[in-house]
Every structure is written in structure tokens, then in C-alpha cells.
Design a protein around this ligand. Structure first.
Ligand SMILES: [Zn+2]
Length: 473
């Protein structure tokens, strides 16, 4: 007498169980075929007609299959007569059964399960729901994830319309809004960032077969978000009938400040991490600090390089957080600055262009001293030119260690922050700059956080986090 016989018996039971389930599925399929039969046109249908008839009924089939499997595999739980109260352990009798319908990507699933209520604890429970991992609300996580996925690409109205058309599930645009809020609520930079392991993997890919450590670029920049003030939410005074339909507020453009870490792989850019929010300089600094504190930046295996325009606050953060990073003043920003001086001093002349080119060449050749001296000796041709020359001297002096363009190029460092512009476009412009869309700050930041998650390859991770949070609460 051994385990073999017991196992054999288990196998027989499992097979019998599966055979019964198959029979039920076949019966279900038969009923579905009856419906299909009446939906098909008479005679010889075209492929389009067949496809349309099946498309309209597909979720009844797939949802039905799921429903049959669930019922069959949880029979005991559905028939349960008693359960001990989870709090006081009193034996509770089953009530119901109570029906519930949940919506999944494969269709609606009807559940029928007993309810247990403890009068002493004044608490009720559906044990089957917990076993199945069914969430409160009709729409289940797979539907929510797909909806948010779409709503972070196109406006809510369009998303709701496309979702219904492609999935057969009707979700209002308000609902899409709600799901998006739930997923994005309270997201921080560390939560949308890839893990250190993932970042190391990307670094390893670029480093493979190379003699020098790869260059990891940090770009910091702003993009403009069409915004509306918080006051636009307020109801206007007076009886509703006389209230103007249009809110009395002015739109404004607010700056979403962001940063992006990316690797240079020859001509190619390998993205690592982006974070954009409508926030102030200090908050951006704090976000960078969080990234550093979380140990996400592999400073030992890369050559870190920061490319930015002239803004002083940016360099302050960089100096404090990554003092060993190579600093680069964006070449194009610098050139633009020089053009302004030349225009003020020489007007729209060839001489102006020649001066800019000569100056850039000197910077390239590491002759900052000559450039600064030249500016000092320049004879201003107007009050405007005087001001421009003075400003330029201050600007170049402040960035004197960041314009060694010749050496930077030989070292494989970038001279401009072009990688930042594409991030701005993907994260900010594509979704937030839509005609007629003016965002409240909180909403724009949530959308930006989700767009960053997508760009960083962490959208699924972010969604799973919100599901855990909802399950806990
Ligand atoms: Zn109880």
C-alpha cells in the first residue's frame, strides 16, 4: 500500500473533474451556437457578416467560458452553509445566495455566492470574492488597466469612445478619469523609476564591448503645460439658472520642470529615467535627491554628465547632488546667447555672424580667457549693446568650466540636450497639449507621472502598486 495508489486515485478524481467541466463548457458553447445561428444572415454570408456576428457575441462566449470554469472550480465555496466569523469566531449561517456581475476584458461574469453576516460584529463577508480576488466595483483590474493605458495616450472622451468600440465594454469618460486618478494618486519619482537592476541591465547593454564606461546624461529642462487655476473649480455665485455656463478664469501656461537620465550609445539614445511635474525648483531638487538616495544612479559604472541651459538653480542642484558629474553648458543655448550679443553690437551683418563663429571656435579650443578678455575690450555701439556685452561676460564667466566643447566631444560627451526635447515631447506635449484642454495642476501632474511611467517602462508596475493599495484599503 503506498503513495502510488493514492496519487492514482487523485489523478482519477482530477480527470473526472475536468471531464465534467468540459461537458459543461460544451453545453455552454452549444447555447452560444444557438445564439450565433440566429444572428447570422440567411443563405451564404460574406466573411464580413460572419465576422461581425461573432464579434458582437464574442464576449458572451469568452465571459461564459470563464463563468463556467469559476462555478465549477468553486462549487464547495458556493454551497458553503456555515463559516466562523473572522473576528469573533461565532459560527455564521449562510444567507443568500447573492448575485453579482463583474466586468472583465473577456466579458461579463455572473457570480452567485453566499453571504455571511455577524450581528455581534456587525460585519458581513463574501468568502468567494476574496478567494477569486474580485475587486469592489464592477470593472475588474484588467479593464481598469486597459482603460488607463488608453486614457494616457488620447483625451478622455476619445479614449472612452475607442475603448467601447474595440473592447465592447462601455466606460464613460468620467470613469476613465476616476481610474486614472486611482492609479496616479500620490506617485513619486521613485515609484515610476525602473529598478536599479533594470538600470544596470541597460547600462550593461551599452557598455558591452566598449573600452570606456558609457556616458549617462542628465538633462534638466522645462516644458509648458496649458493650465487653469484652482479657482476655476469654484461655483459661481447666484442662482444656478443665471450662472454663466462659462467659468470666469483665465488660462495660463505653467512650466513642467523635469529631468531625464539617458545613455549615449553611439548615435542612439537609451532611455533610463524621466520625471516631469508642474512644480518649483526646490521640488525638482527634492525629486533628484530621492533618485540619488534610492541608489538608482550607478555612478561607478558610468561617466555621469549633466547638460543644461544657463539657469542657475539647475546647476546648484547638480553641484550638490552629483559633484563629480561632468558639466556641459548646452552648446545651442550658448550659441543663441552669443547671437544676441552680436546682433546688439553689430546689427544684422556678416560681421555679427563672424564674431559668433570665432567666439564659438575659441570656446571649442579651450580659450575662455581670450573670449572673456575680448568681451571686456569690446567698444559698445549702443546702450543696448553695452548691456548685452555685460550680460554675456557674466554668463560665460559663470559657466567657464562647462564650455570645453572640443575636449567634451573627444570624450564622447554630448554638447546639447537634444535628448531632453524628445522626452518633453513624448511625456508632455503629446498628451497634455490638446486643443481646448486646460489642466488643473493636480490632474496635469498625475497625467505627467503616468506618462513618465510609460516612458520609463514601468506602467505595469505602477498599476500593480495601485491595485495593492486599493485592496488594502
Ligand atoms: Zn463576529
Amino acid at each position: 500500500m503506498g503513495c502510488a495508489e493514492v496519487i492514482a486515485l487523485d489523478e482519477v478524481r482530477a480527470r473526472k473533474h475536468w471531464t465534467t467541466l468540459r461537458q459543461r463548457l460544451h453545453e455552454r458553447f452549444d447555447r452560444w451556437l444557438d445564439r450565433l445561428e440566429s444572428a447570422l444572415p440567411e443563405g451564404e454570408p460574406t466573411l464580413g457578416q460572419v465576422s461581425a456576428a461573432i464579434w458582437a457575441l464574442r464576449q458572451q462566449l469568452t465571459g461564459g467560458v470563464a463563468e463556467t470554469i469559476v462555478h465549477h472550480t468553486h462549487q464547495e465555496e458556493q454551497r458553503r452553509q456555515h463559516m466562523p466569523c473572522p473576528t469573533c469566531a461565532r459560527l455564521l449561517p449562510a444567507r443568500g445566495p447573492v448575485q453579482r456581475c463583474v466586468e472583465t476584458m473577456i466579458g461579463a461574469v455572473e457570480l452567485e455566492r453566499p453571504y455571511f453576516y455577524c450581528r455581534v460584529c456587525r460585519a458581513g463577508t463574501y468568502p468567494l470574492d476574496a478567494m477569486l480576488g474580485v475587486r469592489t466595483g464592477r470593472m475588474q483590474p484588467d479593464v481598469q488597466q486597459a482603460a488607463v493605458d488608453l486614457a494616457t495616450e488620447v483625451p478622455y472622451e476619445t479614449a472612452a469612445m475607442l475603448f467601447g468600440r474595440l473592447s465592447g465594454i462601455t466606460i464613460s469618460s468620467e470613469r476613465m478619469h476616476t481610474f486614472t486618478h486611482q492609479v496616479a494618486e500620490g506617485l513619486s519619482v521613485v515609484e515610476v523609476a525602473p529598478s536599479r537592476e533594470e538600470i544596470d541591465r541597460r547600462v550593461g547593454q551599452v557598455a558591452a564591448g566598449r573600452f570606456r564606461r558609457p556616458v549617462l546624461v542628465l538633462g534638466i529642462d522645462g516644458a509648458y503645460v496649458p493650465s487653469r487655476p484652482e479657482s476655476a473649480r469654484g461655483r459661481r455665485p447666484g442662482p444656478a439658472r443665471h450662472r454663466a455656463r462659462r467659468a470666469r478664469w483665465r488660462h495660463e501656461w505653467r512650466e513642467a520642470k523635469g529631468f531625464r537620465f539617458y545613455l549615449l550609445d553611439g548615435e542612439r539614445i537609451v532611455h533610463v529615467l524621466s520625471w516631469h511635474q508642474v512644480h518649483n525648483e526646490q521640488e525638482l531638487g527634492e525629486a533628484l535627491q530621492q533618485v540619488k538616495d534610492a541608489g538608482l544612479i550607478p555612478e561607478d559604472t558610468v561617466r555621469l554628465c549633466v547638460v543644461c541651459d544657463g539657469a542657475e538653480w539647475i546647476w546648484k542642484h547638480v553641484q550638490a547632488l552629483f559633484p563629480h558629474a561632468c558639466q556641459v553648458l548646452d552648446y545651442y543655448h550658448c550659441a543663441e546667447y552669443l547671437h544676441k550679443v552680436a546682433k546688439a553690437q553689430y546689427g544684422p551683418t556678416v560681421q555679427a555672424l563672424e564674431w559668433v563663429e570665432a567666439t564659438l571656435t575659441r570656446l571649442y579650443m579651450r580659450k575662455m580667457g581670450t573670449v572673456l578678455g575680448g568681451l571686456r575690450r569690446m567698444q559698445p555701439t549702443s546702450a543696448e549693446a553695452l548691456k548685452a556685452i555685460d550680460n554675456c561676460w557674466v554668463y560665460l564667466y559663470a559657466h567657464r568650466g562647462r564650455t570645453d566643447y572640443g575636449r567634451l566631444r573627444r570624450g564622447g560627451y554630448p554638447l546639447g540636450s537634444g535628448g531632453m526635447e524628445s522626452a518633453n515631447k513624448f511625456i508632455c506635449h503629446v498628451r497634455l497639449k490638446r486643443s481646448g484642454a486646460w489642466w488643473y495642476e493636480a490632474n496635469s501632474n498625475q497625467m505627467l507621472a503616468l506618462r513618465c511611467a510609460k516612458y520609463n517602462g514601468t506602467f505595469h508596475q505602477v498599476f500593480t502598486r495601485s491595485q495593492h493599495q486599493q485592496a488594502e484599503s
